[in-house]
Design a protein around this ligand. Structure first.
Ligand SMILES: Cc1cc2nc3c(=O)[nH]c(=O)nc-3n(C[C@H](O)[C@H](O)[C@H](O)COP(=O)(O)O)c2cc1C
Length: 245
């Protein structure tokens, strides 16, 4: 099995592993699983400024009307629509079934003045659906048929006014939950700077990033970070700071 012990192993080994450890106390029990608390967001200065929301459309409409009626010369400010950079605010979007990722999302949202928005599957995951010791729904989606894309409940998170998005999810079998891929593949994050974050028993975030990149290559994906749900606010503030205006 090599160095990918624990969650990055086959299901049989995982079941054995999961029977030995429980909850968040697993980290110390997994010599081969390295939590990547040290993985930090790319410090490349890519942070987008937080600026006021989109400019009023009425000004643009008025200019367009005047030009079409030829009552006045076409104003030089015709293209005064808000450029993308003027719509920059941070959004926090997450998927969570048992509350760990939600707890981190709430802390990130508090740190950047956003309201956390949940990705909700049209068919919510029951306890049986995530019972990884069985052939549960989550196991089928994450291991047996990776092409599954669970439908989303409406409304989906609205990040149209944000240029920077924090995207949170639990690690499921070393990967991004398929329902999160449904959201990313919808194009909702296209062209934005997205900072992934995750919670897990022990597995780091690095192995899940390639799936996100493939799901929407137009996104400016950052390296992201794994957190414990009990992460102190000071750590969250340091995580958010490079992306704040
Ligand atoms: C189906 C399933 C697969 C999981 N796979 C992993 C894994 O590969 N590595 C890991 O460290 N934890 C794994 N976990 C544990 C979750 O990542 C962890 O409990 C997470 O914090 C749950 O997030 P939530 O409370 O936001 O749903 C798995 C949990 C489930 C239900």
């Amino acid at each position: 099995m090599g160095h990918d012990a624990g969650w990055l192993c086959d299901r049989r080994t995982f079941v054995k592993w999961a029977g030995v450890v429980a909850g968040s106390a697993v980290v110390g029990a997994l010599g081969g699983c390295v939590a990547d608390e040290a993985v930090t967001p790319a410090d490349d200065g890519a942070a987008d400024e937080v600026v006021p929301a989109r400019a009023s459309e009425s000004a643009t409409d008025a200019a367009t009307d005047a030009a079409s009626r030829q009552e006045a010369p076409q104003p030089e400010t015709e293209t005064e629509e808000a450029p993308m950079s003027e719509t920059a605010t941070a959004a926090v979007v997450y998927f969570s079934v048992t509350g760990n990722t939600e707890a981190v999302a709430e802390k990130i949202a508090a740190a950047c003045g956003a309201t956390p928005q949940a990705i909700e599957p049209a068919e919510p995951y029951s306890a049986a659906d995530i019972d990884y010791n069985s052939d549960c729904r989550a196991n089928v989606e994450q291991q047996d048929d990776l092409s599954i894309r669970p439908a989303l409940a409406e409304p989906t998170p609205d990040v149209a006014g944000a240029s920077t998005v924090f995207l949170g999810y639990p690690i499921w079998w070393g990967k991004v939950p398929r329902v999160v891929l449904t959201y990313v593949e919808s194009g909702a994050l296209a062209g934005k700077t997205v900072i992934p974050f995750c919670t897990s028993g022990s597995t780091g975030i690095a192995g899940s990033l390639s799936e996100l990149e493939a799901a929407d290559p137009s996104v400016n994906w950052q390296d992201g970070r794994r957190f414990e749900s009990s992460v102190p606010e000071t750590d969250i503030e340091a995580f958010v700071a490079p992306y704040a205006g």
